[in-house]
Design a protein around this ligand. Structure first.
Ligand SMILES: *Cc1c(COP(=O)(O)O)cnc(C)c1O
Length: 452
């Protein structure tokens, strides 16, 4: 009998993070100083970010970074995460394809975000800092950071996007239980928040706004630094544990994925999942198809441009070269949750521009249909974000059925959806709206991208 879950032992938790940049022919473009348009130096970045994380951010050459023992110890509470064969889903679809998923929802944050949160909190503590500030959209990152800060003994200040703060009060209480202070963003507590409230009255907020507030709060307080849950190179580095474990588990059963799929908000779960596989592809050792999946409501890859842009609405952060629909874009308050960021990881952006990966976009209702199919088949209630990957995996499996192909499909189940039941309620009531921005709306946002 073939196993349903392929487990690694605790000893097989990776000992090193893998830095995909070391194997990229075209390196991701450097972050630029928004004033001078020169590459950000270590000296400019360390007032905002922890020192060791800045080193990781700027390092395009070191292939492996040792995972600190304290972080590996913490990982043992929820890692290795299982690689699961979706037998029931396969049967349900009648596909000859084999479908596997790497399940990252098995911790209280309900997502992969704790992988990077643990590393970031550890480095902050090691530097002797007092606390960190951050933003959270759907709430998973804020929860993960609260948990990690509680473990490593740091204060944690979370700016939570207003729409989530109101839609997901339970997330807020989880964060507070772990000792974090949670503020609805935009808020009156920062000058950038007050400016944004004046400029966009009645706004439901965005990740871009919350980032601006969190950065301002970090640099204006002694002993604080800012931490970010996605987009940055350092976050993709930490998330490589997802891919490293997946690869080790596949090796255990003598199997190899043909197609690797993940949802893309800022790109960290997909970037982490594909990292070691993409490394093999870039070194010419193996070939895979990589598919990123985004919501039509925030189509950074499929309708954006590859350009230097601000990471935040308040324009206080460095410029990153990425696929973007403009930092002025404030997405409709829909349920793509953690996929509502206007930009994308510079690493994934470069890989996409080089033709190393594909991207597809889906509407809300077809994504929730996939969530429903998956929940009924496999018993796990998926996060709306992860359900984008499920949708693409199902569609690939159905294509295999038509073509009679026995492909091996791996997708990232980045998290669970227990805090997204308002969205499931709308879907179940048939009132969920598919949102696709008009060309005019996107052009207006893209026009906010600075000329660099
Ligand atoms: C945050 C989040 C995402 C999107 O972020 P990435 O950086 O693109 O991974 C996806 N799924 C879940 C469950 C999340 O919490």
């Amino acid at each position: 009998m073939e196993n349903y879950r392929i487990y690694l032992t605790e000893e097989e938790i990776p000992t090193h993070f893998y830095n995909l940049r070391a194997d990229m022919k075209t390196k991701p473009a450097p972050l630029l100083n928004p004033g001078t348009h020169q590459p950000m130096t270590k000296e400019e970045l360390t007032p905002v970010f922890c020192e060791e994380l800045v080193d990781q951010e700027l390092d395009n050459d070191t292939r492996f970074f040792e995972i600190p023992e304290e972080v590996r110890e913490y990982y043992r509470m929820f890692r290795p995460s299982p690689l699961v064969r979706a037998f029931n889903l396969e049967k349900n679809l009648g596909t000859p394809a084999k479908i596997y998923f790497k399940f990252e929802g098995n911790n209280t944050s309900g997502s992969h975000k704790l992988n990077s949160a643990a590393a970031q909190a550890y480095y902050a503590k090691k530097q002797g800092l007092k606390g960190v500030t951050t933003e959270t959209g759907a709430g998973q990152w804020g929860t993960a950071m609260s948990m990690a800060c509680s473990h490593f003994g740091l204060e944690c200040d979370v700016y939570m996007v207003k729409v989530s703060y109101e839609q997901k009060p339970f997330r807020r209480e989880v964060m507070r239980t772990y000792g974090a202070r949670v503020t609805s963003s935009p808020s009156e507590t920062t000058s950038v928040g007050r400016m944004l409230l004046e400029k966009y009255p009645g706004t439901t907020g965005s990740l871009g706004c919350a980032i601006s507030e969190a950065v301002e709060a970090a640099v204006s307080r002694e002993g604080y630094r800012y931490v970010l849950g996605s987009v940055l190179n350092q976050v993709l580095l930490h998330q490589s544990v997802i891919g490293l474990e997946s690869k080790a588990a596949f090796e255990k059963i003598g199997e190899k994925p043909d197609i690797i799929i993940g949802c893309t908000g800022g790109g960290s779960n997909l970037g982490g999942l594909i990292a070691p596989f993409m490394g093999e592809k870039l070194r010419g050792e193996a070939d895979y198809r990589f598919i990123g999946v985004e919501p039509t409501s925030c189509p950074s890859f499929t309708r954006g441009v590859f350009a230097y842009d601000f990471c935040d609405t308040g324009k206080v952060c460095p410029l990153a070269k990425m696929y973007t629909i403009g930092s002025g874009y404030i997405p409709a308050p829909n349920h793509a949750g953690g996929l509502r960021f206007h930009g994308m990881s510079p690493i994934l952006s470069q890989l996409y521009d080089d033709g190393e990966m594909e991207v597809v976009a889906y509407r809300q209702n077809e994504v929730f249909k996939a969530a429903e199919i998956f929940a009924n088949a496999e018993g796990i209630l998926p996060a709306p974000e992860s359900s984008h990957a499920i949708r693409a995996a199902i569609d690939e499996a159905l294509r295999c059925k038509e073509a009679g192909e026995e492909k091996v499909i791996l997708f990232g189940l980045s998290g669970t959806g227990y805090f997204d039941l308002k969205a499931f309620e709308q879907y179940n009531n048939g009132t969920m709206q598919d949102y696709v921005p008009s060309d005019e709306e996107l052009q207006a946002a893209i026009a906010t991208i600075p000329a660099v």
